[in-house]
Design a protein around this ligand. Structure first.
Ligand code: F6P
Length: 328
């Protein structure tokens, strides 16, 4: 069913991700193509509450596809978690004659959109953008591929110094609840060990495995640790524990931090963002609402927001097996 949408608002929210600008650009140009007006909302839901709006057209988003971050800025809004805050946001949308909202972000962003829609029956569409790749119903989230490549490049550099000094490095990567970055970058960079939130295999096992690889002749090792790993120790405590139980190595720690969130988006992320941005505008025109546009087997799919926000830790056990075998 075609619904007459005349003006769409677009915002970015939550942790920023490389490719968000490409997604904004696709939404704005998708609107221009359909002769729909588009309004950029700065600083996520907080800007929605504060009426921080700017009309956007096809020229407004020139030369941003290659830029990391989000020119609309992002923020985590405590006020939007209140009924009063969401009412203010709703009034601002109505006063600006905005008919529908595209929100680009992660599970926190989608949860807010779902509650907002339930309270105000306002059409919202989500575009999954977070480096964590922890959104249900989509094979990939925007920013994940770029972050992976950033992490692998960093680990490769650390591997040079680790092997020069016969050291063991513990490298912390982002991923509060999902080990996608840790597992895939660990395999990609040939890490000896990988610790992820989805499965705690015990630090005793870790030490035994390091002893085994030492005996097999390894003179340096890399352990990739997801920040949400469930060992019960932070990365510095982990280093201490290993030092106490494994005298063979000098140990160093590297926390990659927010470098993983920056950088020019990869081509994969630019194309993904462009497909999902156009997909979001198409979905709104076709009358869809409270869904996320995701990617599945390279096709754009619509996923109900309540499914998208479910914690579906899609831990790939086969990938763990690949990591274990290729790291011996
Ligand atoms: O959700 C994306 C993410 O980068 C997580 O991987 C990380 O734990 C978190 O955001 C960091 O949040 P902040 O930028 O607010 O410190």
């Amino acid at each position: 069913m075609q619904v007459k949408i005349k003006k769409i608002g677009v915002l970015t929210s939550g942790g920023d991700a490389p490719g968000m600008n490409a997604a904004i650009r696709a939404v704005v140009r998708g609107c221009a193509f359909q002769e729909i007006e588009c309004v950029g909302i700065y600083r996520g839901y907080q800007g929605l509450i504060e009426n921080d709006f700017e009309e956007l057209n096809a020229r407004s988003v020139r030369n941003i596809i290659s830029r990391g971050g989000t020119f609309l800025k992002s923020a985590r809004s405590k006020e939007f978690q209140t009924k009063e805050g969401r009412r203010k946001a709703y009034e601002n949308l109505i006063n600006a004659d905005i008919d529908a909202l595209v929100v680009i972000g992660g599970d926190g962003t989608f949860t807010g959109a779902l509650i907002f829609n339930e309270e105000h029956n306002f059409p919202v569409i989500g575009i999954p953008a977070t480096i964590d790749n922890d959104i249900n119903g989509t094979d990939f989230t925007i920013g994940y591929d770029t972050a992976l490549n950033t992490v692998v490049e960093a680990i490769d550099k650390i591997r040079d110094t680790a092997s020069s000094h016969n050291r063991l490095f513990l490298i912390e990567v982002m991923g509060r609840d999902a080990g996608d970055i840790a597992l895939n970058s660990g395999i990609g960079a040939g890490a000896e060990e990988i610790l992820i939130p989805e499965e705690d295999r015990g630090i005793e096992r870790l030490v035994e495995s390091l002893k085994k690889s030492r005996k097999s002749g390894k003179t340096s090792s890399i352990i990739v640790v997801a920040e949400g790993d469930k060992s019960g120790k932070n990365i510095f405590e982990l280093a201490e524990y290993i030092e106490e139980h494994l005298e063979d190595y000098e140990i160093r720690v590297s926390v990659l931090g927010h470098i993983q969130r920056g950088g020019s988006p990869s081509c994969f992320d630019r194309v993904l963002a462009s497909k999902l941005g156009i997909g979001a505008v198409d979905a709104l025109i076709n009358g869809e609402r409270t869904i996320m546009v995701g990617i599945h087997h390279q096709k754009v799919v619509s996923v109900p927001l309540e499914i998208a926000i479910k914690n579906g830790a899609k831990y790939d056990k086969n990938l763990r097996r690949v990591a274990d075998i290729t790291s011996v």
